[in-house]
Design a protein around this ligand. Structure first.
Ligand SMILES: Nc1ncnc2c1ncn2[C@@H]1O[C@H](COP(=O)(O)OP(=O)(O)OP(=O)(O)O)[C@@H](O)[C@H]1O
Length: 574
């Protein structure tokens, strides 16, 4: 566990808000000055009070009232500008982390818990914002008061001041001790809440499986265990605070009692006047509030530190696939793809792709077949640079590591096995990733993808809203939306991961026809499961443990009577 605070890392996000912070500080200074004025007025009030002059008392009261109004005005200025800065800082931080996460590689998201990520981006960032808000809006003004008022008090009477602050060091030590413990409890509690949120994301996206396996009780028990841990961690923090507050309160009371004693003694010996003592008591009373705030703020900072740590942990993760500083934009390609001695391992020493060399000519359709785990998906994932292998991959003779990721990926379209629908309309889903799109282009892509007919029959046609995972569309329909997406993109290179899930024969024919139209004149890598697809491809590669063990057309490979022929017999001859 890290013990070093990450608060200082917030500085770059705080700096751009300096103009609002300065305005807030004007409010703070005005507020503190008005507070000091109140103490002086209290002293004057004590002297006119004894004079039995009603108009002098009324005048004094009107002064005090005015200073209260002015103080209120400065407080509003401070509140408005500090809240504005804190919210902007949280907003910018959230946007920055989100942008950073988008740059991270697939490998990171394959292991990250999505619920945890969402929690860090929402709750943790909010808490960081609250801490910054507290810092500017509460903590700094209180600290200023805790400096200015005691100076004023020393000027009034140093012996009394000494009496009142004698317990301050002990208070400081106790606040520090409690704060550190709170930070640790908070870190625990935050990570439990994150785990809870990760479980929820997992459960709701896999609810079908949970119900199918009748695993509800098992999931409820898992959830309850985590919820229980969260509750206990929070309870530990609350219990600690419950002990701390009376202890600090008692120390405050002790200092007031010492003050009364020393003050009473000085008045009795004639070394202190009553009006000075009243001013002193007012100053002392005005200190109670800031002390309370500083204590609770300090606790919150310590708790917030856990969130700051969790947020900056995300920013510390570096992408493994990085764009070169001098990366160029890949010009429009014809689609020649070359793998030169390409090897790749997810884990060191366990290669998944072993020294593969391959030349695919523009417009060529290449099928990849092989047993599960042979490396087919990994092989195609190297092309859009989801991972960086050893060796070289060239498109139209340009090494893909020399070009920008954006320009590379824009020339490749992927039709995955399972189509994810994003919340939005059907049209937005087809034109995915484009802010502005032509409805006509979307429609013609849908027509090529055999999707236009069913979309037209939906209640609101292309404007029909589809849920997070497109639950209201069938598998075949979702696939045709994915094909329409790829058609609209019009890439030279296409990666298809054929769906294995059984489609009804009508759906299958429509999908097949759509795929054929999509594949025409493009370089296609297809992880093939359907016999019809495999047969139609220009070349079939048989992958085995990360190597190409056979290559040729369907007929050539059947004639070889080796792996493909066996594979074909087992898998496709049903
Ligand atoms: N992100 C990953 N991290 C670690 N290992 C992985 C990862 N993805 C795949 N693997 C491993 O790499 C090997 C090749 O997997 P890959 O998915 O490329 O095979 P495949 O031929 O596409 O299999 P399938 O047909 O089942 O999808 C497997 O042993 C798999 O366990």
């Amino acid at each position: 566990m890290k013990t070093r605070s990450n608060y200082w890392q917030l500085l770059p996000y705080i700096r751009p808000q300096w103009h609002n912070i300065v305005k807030g500080f004007v409010g703070i200074f005005g507020y503190v000055l008005a507070t000091l004025a109140l103490i002086t007025l209290a002293r004057q009030f004590a002297s006119v009070f004894g004079g039995r002059n009603l108009s002098a008392i009324a005048l004094q009261i009107s002064f005090i009232g005015t200073v209260f109004l002015v103080r209120g005005f400065f407080q509003s200025v401070q509140d408005i500008y500090m809240a504005k800065s804190a919210l902007r800082i949280a907003f910018n931080l959230r946007k920055y982390i989100y942008t950073h996460l988008q740059k991270l590689n697939l490998s990171y998201f394959e292991t990250a818990k999505t619920g945890d990520l969402s929690y860090r981006l929402t709750e943790d960032v909010d808490r960081v914002g609250e801490v910054v808000h507290k810092l500017f809006h509460d903590f700094i003004p209180c600290i200023l008061q805790l400096i200015a008022i005691p100076i004023y008090m020393i000027w009034l009477n140093w012996q009394l001041t000494l009496a009142i602050i004698i317990v301050a060091p002990l208070m400081g030590i106790l606040i520090g001790w409690f704060g550190e413990r709170l930070r640790i409890f908070s870190l625990k509690s935050q990570s439990h809440v994150s785990d809870l949120s990760a479980i929820l994301t997992e459960v709701f996206s896999g609810i079908r499986i949970i119900q199918a396996f009748a695993a509800e009780k098992y999931e409820i028990a898992r959830f309850s265990r985590e919820a229980d841990r969260t509750m206990k961690a929070k309870y530990s923090a609350e219990r600690l605070k419950a002990i701390q507050i009376p202890i600090i309160g008692f120390l405050e009371a002790v200092s007031i009692l010492i003050l009364l004693f020393v003050g009473g003694w000085q008045i009795a010996t004639g070394s202190l006047t009553v009006d000075k003592f009243v001013a002193f008591l007012t100053a002392g009373a005005l200190l109670i509030d800031p002390i309370g705030h500083v204590t609770s703020n300090y606790n919150e900072f310590k708790q917030g530190e856990a969130s700051v740590d969790r947020v900056f942990e995300l920013l510390a993760i570096q992408p493994t696939v990085e764009e070169k500083l001098n990366a160029i934009a890949l010009p429009d390609v014809s689609g020649k793809v070359e793998y030169r001695h390409v090897s790749f391992a997810y884990k060191k020493g366990e290669p998944v792709i072993k020294d593969i060399s391959l030349l695919a000519m523009p417009g060529e359709a290449i099928a990849l077949v092989g047993a599960s785990g042979a490396g087919k998906t990994t092989f195609v994932n190297l092309l859009p640079r989801f991972y960086d292998p050893d060796g070289e991959i060239l498109i139209d003779g340009v090494d893909i590591r020399d070009v920008t990721l954006d320009s590379l990926r824009r020339q490749i379209a992927i039709v995955p096995q399972e189509t994810i629908m994003f919340s939005g309309t059907i049209a937005q889903n087809i034109a995915f990733g484009q802010d502005a799109f032509e409805m006509k282009a979307v429609e013609s892509a849908a027509k090529i993808a055999n999707a236009h007919q069913f979309i037209k029959q939906l209640p609101e046609g292309y404007d029909t809203w589809v849920g997070e995972r497109g639950v209201n569309l069938s598998g075949g329909q979702r696939q045709r939306i994915a094909i329409a997406r790829a058609v609209l993109r019009n890439p030279r290179i296409l990666i298809l991961d054929e769906a294995t899930s059984a489609l009804d024969s009508e759906s299958e024919a429509l999908v097949q026809e759509a795929l054929e139209r999509l594949m025409a004149d493009r370089t296609v890598f297809i992880i093939a499961h359907r016999l019809s697809t495999v047969r139609r491809c220009d070349r079939i590669l048989v992958l085995e443990r990360g190597q190409i063990v056979e290559s040729g057309t369907h007929e050539e490979l059947l004639m070889l009577e080796r792996r493909y022929a066996r594979f074909y017999a087992q898998q496709f001859s049903k």
